[in-house]
Design a protein around this ligand. Structure first.
Ligand code: B4P
Length: 189
């Protein structure tokens, strides 16, 4: 079973690449950002709550995010693997994910980290904000806060997976196709 954590700052290309990886390796793609946005669109209780954090560029609280992710994993008992996109984002999320997967006799195979400098992240997100309708992509201050939150709470997870010998870093600058090819090499080796 192949279980990949696709990691990187906001705008690094996680969502873009996860769709390709999912198809190539026949994995189930779980994007916590997409699940929150789906809930926001349908005005669910979870969506209303998540929106109040996402619009400010803050993380949605661990308790609710973890519960949501676990219930999504349980919906796919026969899958040949998962690609986790945007999860985990805190040490608590990473530890809980490990415990949860171990209880199912599975584990994370690799964390693949996309490396992209801040100026490029900001440019990509502002560009997407022009037609995505995503409020968190339309405001420079919110984007700056997302990057700050990533540096304060999420980037430390690279060490968490490095200590388990599971971290692989990939250059996230280049065309989408070039980066996909680099990711295939990182996963296959
Ligand atoms: P996400 O949906 O995960 O949003 P993201 O970090 O902006 O996404 P991503 O990195 O996938 O963007 P992509 O590169 O595809 O999270 C949004 C919010 O949800 C968070 O801020 C938080 O509030 C909440 N949330 C989600 N998960 C959570 C968790 N686990 N815990 C707590 N809160 C959570 O795309 C960026 C742009 O770059 C696109 O326009 C794309 O076309 C472009 N792009 C991609 N590759 C490119 C390339 N090679 N060159 C040029 N442009 C490229």
């Amino acid at each position: 079973m192949l279980n990949i954590v696709l990691f990187g700052p906001p705008g690094a290309g996680k969502g873009t690449q996860a769709v390709r990886i999912k198809d190539h390796y026949s994995l189930v793609h779980l994007s916590t950002g997409d699940i929150f946005r789906h809930n926001i669109k349908n005005s669910t209780e979870l969506g209303v709550m998540a929106k109040s954090y996402m619009d400010k560029g803050e993380l949605v609280p661990d308790e609710v995010t973890i519960k949501m992710l676990e219930s999504e994993v349980l919906k796919h008992p026969n899958s040949s693997g998962f690609i986790f996109d945007g999860f985990p984002r805190t040490t608590t999320q990473a530890q809980t994910l490990d415990d949860f997967l171990h209880s199912k006799n599975i584990s994370i195979t690799k964390m693949i980290a996309l490396d992209v400098p801040d100026e490029e992240l900001i440019a990509r997100l502002l560009l997407r904000g022009k037609d995505s309708g995503r409020p968190d992509d339309q405001n420079r201050e919110v984007i700056a806060n997302r990057i700050k939150v990533y540096e304060a709470q999420t980037s430390i997870l690279a060490d968490y997976y490095r200590l388990q010998n599971k971290l692989v870093c990939v250059d996230g600058i280049g065309s989408v196709d070039e980066i996909t090819d680099r990711l295939y090499v990182a996963i296959d080796n």
